[in-house]
Design a protein around this ligand. Structure first.
Ligand code: KIV
Length: 262
């Protein structure tokens, strides 16, 4: 099967075909996601929270993001791999932002990058696109701005959200993530702009959806926001497996002769 490209995603929007996106952070889960037929695998900076156990996404570094993106890129045969630009890797200086974005493609095998922000990051998006780096924008509830937003709050300023969506499209973004915004606003944006919208907590009318892998597979050990849904319970299965292994070791039934060498 041909690898998914940004052109392919645009075609899916025009044909009304839903885009399926998910996060993954390592080789085995990226292989499973890819084999399931997802269109986009985002190596999200959410890994700070769901993999590293940090309280916010802010502490994760470029080095760590590249490390995880390499694992995912090795695994994905079909899905478009998007590397998420971590906090402070693109906000301070446009030249540094382009160089950091380029590292996701050059050293980590991603096909695109994602960054958070609307009108305020358009010059950065344009500089990246001019350098040949496909960019996915991310507007609405932008977790890297958690302190500026006063918490993880649903964003309801319709005119600002619509303006941001148009501006990132005009700057050259190939797609935009809409996070934590009312469904009617996401619908209006999806109808107005020409690039695919990928929703998370933005209702059903987006061109596609994305969820954090740990939330949908039941591996989230913390808070589950309203917009997530459990599609499998790997946490329950993992605990069952660890417990069965522990019981077998303690009672001496593992390893058996079939697991031992003469
Ligand atoms: O970091 C992430 O996982 C994300 C998605 C939730 C869109 O940005």
């Amino acid at each position: 099967m041909a690898p998914v490209s940004t052109r392919h995603l645009l075609k899916m929007k025009t044909q009304g075909e839903k885009i399926v996106a998910v996060t993954a952070y390592d080789y085995p889960f990226a292989r499973l996601a890819d084999a399931s037929g997802v269109d986009i695998i985002l190596v999200g900076d959410s890994l700070a929270m769901v993999v590293q156990g940090q309280k916010t996404t802010l502490p994760v570094t470029m080095e760590e993001m590249l490390y995880h993106t390499r694992m995912v890129s090795r695994a994905a045969e079909r899905a478009l791999v998007v590397g998420d630009m971590p906090f402070l890797s693109y906000q301070a200086d446009i030249g540094e932002a382009v160089r950091n974005a380029g590292l996701f493609l050059k050293e980590a095998g991603a096909s695109a990058v994602k960054l958070e922000g609307g009108a305020g990051v358009c010059a950065t998006i344009k500089a990246m696109v001019d350098a040949g780096i496909p960019v996915q924008a991310h507007i609405g509830l932008t977790p890297q701005s958690v302190h500026a937003m006063g918490g993880y709050r649903i964003q309801r300023d319709e005119e600002r959200l619509v303006e941001d969506a148009h501006r990132v499209m005009e700057a050259g973004a190939f797609s935009v993530v809409l996070e934590g915004i009312p469904a009617p606003i996401a619908r209006r944006i999806t109808e107005e702009i020409a690039i695919p919208t990928i929703g998370i907590g933005a209702g059903v009318h987006c061109d596609g959806q994305i969820l954090v892998m740990h939330d949908l597979l039941g591996l989230n050990l913390g808070y589950m926001p309203k917009f997530t849904k459990l599609f499998a319970d790997l946490k329950g299965e993992a605990v069952k497996g660890f417990k069965a292994y522990g019981d077998a070791v303690r009672e001496g039934s593992f390893p058996g002769p079939e697991h031992s060498y003469e």
